[in-house]
Design a protein around this ligand. Sequence first.
Ligand code: ADP
Length: 619
Amino acid sequence: MQINLDDTANIFNTLIEESPMPIALYIGENMVIQVANRAILKAWGRDASVIGQELALALPELKDQPFLEILNQVRTTGVAYEAKEDKVLLLNNNVLQTYYFDFIYKPLKDTDGNVWGILNNATDVTELVNAKFKVEQSEALFRKMIYDAPVAIGILRGRDLIIEDANDDLLKIWGKNKAVIGLKLLDGLPELIGQPFPDLLQEVYNSGVAHYGYETMARLERNGVLGDFYFNFVYDPIFGQDGQVSGIMVVANEVTAQVISKMEAAKSEERFRNFMYDIPMATAYYETENLIIRLANDEMLRFWGKDKSVIGKTVVEAIPELNVQPFVDILQEVYRTGIIYHADQEEARLIVDGKEQKRWFSFTYKPLKDADGQVYAIIHAAMDVTKQVQLQQQKDEFLGIASHELKTPVTSIKAYAQVLERMIRNEGDEKKANMVHKMDLQLNRLTGLIGDLLDVTKIQSGKMTFNPIEFDFDAAVEEIVEEMQHISSKHKIICGLASKAIVYADKERIGQVITNFLSNAIKYSTDAGEIDVTTFSQNGEIILSVKDYGIGISEDMQHLVFDQFYRVDGNLQHTYPGLGLGLYISAEIIKSEGGRIWVESTTGQGATFFFALKVKSFR
Ligand code: ADP
């Protein structure tokens, strides 16, 4: 385009036309568009054809908007109108769109002061306003997030830490209400002065690095009372557009209840610890399947010959000599199964003062279980019974020597008595001969008692020997029954022998058990006339039973009859003589032969004694 620089009107026209700022000029009462530059046409979404038209007709979308009215006022009053970021709806490609303008309606007056036209000068600020909206929206969203957050959140602004925002949870934690918003933190919560938090906040402010606190105690005033509360919290720096810290976001989660219950647990653990240390019994406490020693009181350490350095080690590390003994396996079994283990007079070899010592303990391994029934620890309580065991051993030794020493003279007295009986009988003095015979029968009892005592000492010292042979079981039972039938003419022993089994065992010893069953059946059923003996085979075992119809054994005593020295109760002790050893010896014999022994009985209705042995083969 050729411009003649002398033509000022043309230059102004060009300036207006090319200005990036929208400009229009309306003339007269009807606001005829006299001038509309390219920028305003673009904003209107129109072309130059609107020039010369009335504004209301050219832009019909203005009809429901306030602008025509405002223009009218400017024209009649002669006062300019200025608006900032005003919303205008304009048709663009036939779609009504929202724009924002800073604009001026400036009345142009003639020399008489009459308004002849209005200059419309505008700046399109739509983008700016939209951006501002977005910021406001995201700020509103952020605030909403703070208020709705399920944790306590607040914003402290500026170096003075002005409380800009604090959601209800945070106010609740602080024990304050909305009145603190807008105050400096230390004015709103003066109780924080002297606590570490103000310094921590300044540190975050200075360094721009977040601070995390775990289970931290804060002294806060709630309902007018100062109290200790515990929190997990974050002080997170907020950066301004200049990259500098402009505030701090506080996020806090109160964990007072958890911390208190933890402290309670620690207290009760301490009480438990003290209890274990003070208990007069040797006690230790193991955790995990590896059996880590968590506690062991002085008494237990003394047993082990160790000091406190074993705490925290596994049992195997701490007491390596146990490795070749059964205890570690038993402990692990208790841990796995959750079944308590008791031991009575168990031998243990421990290295005390550098020397291996053989000691005996009675002890318990008790598993501790959590709410789900899972084992988490074992308590070990032990008593050193070495002295008692040694005394018992001395007593057993004495019994062994005494019964052995008694056996020889009694055996020769018996031989002499038999010879004497025969001689007197030959002399024809039946009365004297019968007296000597009675003496011989009493000697049999004496021999039996001495035999039992000897057997017991053999069992105690592990010296009972067995000479197994194969034998016909039913035939052996029959032999013994016949012998016993001779002794007691009062009872009829009825046999039902149907095992048909061959067993491999010490025939003498098994015979001893059957004899014991039968002599007990005779002894404890003085008022009855019958004893039933049966044998049968079942699941590869022979089972023998001896049933009597005598006094019986009460249920709570049945498990005791196989113990050493167990005897009938109270008054009956004198009615039924004995040492309480027969069934103990019988049980030891049957156990050594790999069998089972048991009793079934009801008081007053007799008893049935059983044993079971493995069948070798059948006849
Ligand atoms: P002893 O008969 O010498 O006392 P045992 O060891 O043979 O010793 O038996 C132990 C105890 O078992 C007896 O004292 C008695 O109380 C009880 N007992 C054994 N057999 C019977 C039975 N057949 N009927 C009732 N009680 C019995």
